[in-house]
Design a protein around this ligand. Structure first.
Ligand SMILES: [Fe+2]
Length: 181
């Protein structure tokens, strides 16, 4: 890891904590391929909630700051594309029965994408961002990030949780079968 010291403090350290938690949750789900003692559905529900809360708070607080700078603007566009793909894959996983043999294959694609996304953020993006965000701004962003997380949790608890979109692409996943068959 070639992360500079300032890229490990404040908001960056806070995001890394979330990333570690998400990685650990994905590893638990991966283990359900070999060990039925885990309840794949409830683990995935937890991951889904955590991922959406994290991604929305990160976008609202961190991406919105970094998109204004020439050095990070392109990486932020890439990161937003990846967040959109993550949400799409979550919808696609939710639309499939978790005992369907395609579920774990699709989950591995999500896991690979997230590992790549997290590496890119913690590497190139945080290094560049550390030159933009000074220590006191970085601490302020932690408070804003926690507020954004709380709002997103409340939004989900209030029934604002995303439902799988029954668009053409998700419908094709059923291969003509009704959901649940
Ligand atoms: Fe991200």
């Amino acid at each position: 890891m070639r992360m500079s010291d300032s890229a490990r403090q404040g908001i960056f350290a806070r995001l890394i904590d979330d990333h570690r938690q998400i990685t650990a949750m994905m590893e638990q789900i991966e283990a359900t391929a070999y060990d039925d003692a885990f309840d794949r559905e409830s683990l995935f529900d937890e991951l889904k909630k955590e991922l959406l809360v994290h991604a929305h708070a990160e976008d609202t607080v961190v991406y919105r700051t970094l998109e204004l700078y020439r050095s990070t603007a392109h990486l932020i566009r890439v990161s937003r594309e990846e967040h959109a793909l993550v949400e799409h894959l979550i919808d696609q996983l939710s639309a499939l029965h978790d005992d369907d043999e395609r579920w774990m294959a699709r989950f591995q694609v999500l896991q690979d994408l997230l590992e790549h996304h997290i590496d890119e953020e913690e590497g190139d993006l945080f290094d560049l961002a550390a030159d933009i965000v000074d220590r006191s701004q970085s601490e302020d962003l932690v408070d804003e990030f926690e507020d954004a997380r709380r709002r997103e949790h409340a939004r989900q608890a209030g029934g604002g949780e995303r439902r799988p979109q029954r668009d053409d692409r998700s419908l094709r996943d059923y291969d003509g079968r009704e959901p649940g068959h």
